[in-house]
Design a protein around this ligand. Structure first.
Ligand SMILES: Cc1ncc(COP(=O)(O)O)c(C=O)c1O
Length: 349
């Protein structure tokens, strides 16, 4: 039985074309800036996300953490969505690596408003408060289910940050999903920010890799932090070649992932599974187990037994299915049949 792996878009394996690009990669010493493939990837991603320069890194977590370190001093305060990857999934990194006070903002669909930012900032004349220094936006937002920030809302937060002398980071691990899903070019989104993280190992289908982008001056410092954090590599063009390949061949396929997520959501909804179609904006489908009268772990186990992999979310009753390059139309049609059958049988027990 084929296992339909909808747990995460990190599940992809390099395609034959990507493996060929990896095999043919020209390489050099990346630490000396002599790896032509890394250099090409960095140039292309900087332009793609509307920033002057980009730095290649092993993971998006490292990209986020370097960005925060660049933009702040120990004891400063960071504002972000309470359920953001930065706050929930990076093991306290902002506090551990940058000495930041982590101040969560309530969010709706992963978004908070410019007014919330204005209301949260400490008055700098008060010497008994930390300096609220930076804000982070996650687009698309993972824990809200791949939801997109409309450009106007980003611009409003960016405007508040300018007025209040705050820096603004984009955790754009899935920025290309946001761009494809909204039709807004990634550089238009990216240029609203001081720093931008882009991940290659999610919807773009690379085995690993991410970039942090920003001004030339900041990226010079980012290269030092990359070394400090243990991320300075050698013949990294072997991996960067996958990134270049993904920009050429995989960005365009994200629209198919989004269409498959919608088809899955519609199929499950039609079969009576609790899926809110309004929430499907990119490659995530959220399944609410509460109306089924089942627990999350029971549902995960029943689906796994049926050959369909979903994963947990931070929401108390929601699971998620995520489409990606290794999920075909046939897989989606099979999952539409298998999941309701498995859960119906389970619910009847
Ligand atoms: C929004 C977001 N940011 C950052 C990351 C971190 O990515 P990595 O696992 O490459 O460190 C993830 C991973 O799922 C994510 O969803």
């Amino acid at each position: 039985m084929r296992f339909i792996d909808l747990r995460s878009d990190t599940a992809t394996r390099p395609t034959p074309g990507m493996r060929e690009a990896i095999a043919r990669a020209e390489v050099g010493d990346e630490q000396k800036r002599e790896d032509p493939t890394v250099n090409e990837l960095e140039r292309r991603v900087a332009a793609l996300v509307g920033q002057e320069e980009a730095v290649f890194l092993p993971t998006a977590t490292m990209a986020n953490q370097i960005a925060l370190r660049l933009l702040s001093e120990p004891g400063d305060e960071l504002l972000a969505d309470a359920w953001s990857h930065l706050f929930i999934n990076e093991l306290g990194g902002p506090a551990a690596h940058s000495g930041l006070v982590m101040r969560p903002l309530e969010s709706t669909d992963g978004r908070f408003s410019a007014e919330q930012v204005r209301g949260a900032v400490w008055d700098r004349r008060d010497t008994h408060r930390p300096i609220t220094r930076l804000v982070s936006i996650e687009n698309t937002n993972n824990s809200a289910g791949g939801r997109i920030w409309p450009l106007g809302e980003i611009e409003a937060v960016a405007g508040a940050c300018r007025d209040l002398d705050l820096r603004l980071h984009l955790d754009g691990a899935r920025l290309m999903n946001a761009s494809v899903g909204s039709g807004v070019p990634a550089d238009e989104i990216g240029r609203c920010f001081d720093t931008v993280t882009l991940c290659l190992s999610k919807g773009l289908g690379c085995p690993l890799g991410a970039l942090v982008a920003g001004s030339t001056e900041r990226m010079e410092k980012a290269r030092r932090l990359k070394h400090l954090f243990g991320g300075a590599m050698r013949q990294a063009g072997i991996v960067a070649a996958a990134g270049v390949y993904a920009l050429d061949h995989h960005v365009v396929l994200l629209a198919d992932d989004h269409a498959r997520a919608l088809r899955l959501a519609e199929g499950w909804h039609a079969a009576g599974l609790p899926v809110d179609l309004e929430q499907v904006e990119t490659n995530f489908v959220q399944l609410d187990v509460e109306p089924l009268g089942l627990g999350k772990w029971d549902v995960l186990a029943a689906l796994k037994e049926a050959g369909v992999g979903l994963s947990n979310t931070v929401h108390p009753t929601r699971l998620r299915a995520v489409t990606h390059l290794d999920v075909s139309d046939e897989d989606i049609e099979a999952a539409i049949e298998l999941a309701p059958a498995a859960l119906g049988a389970r619910a009847a027990v």
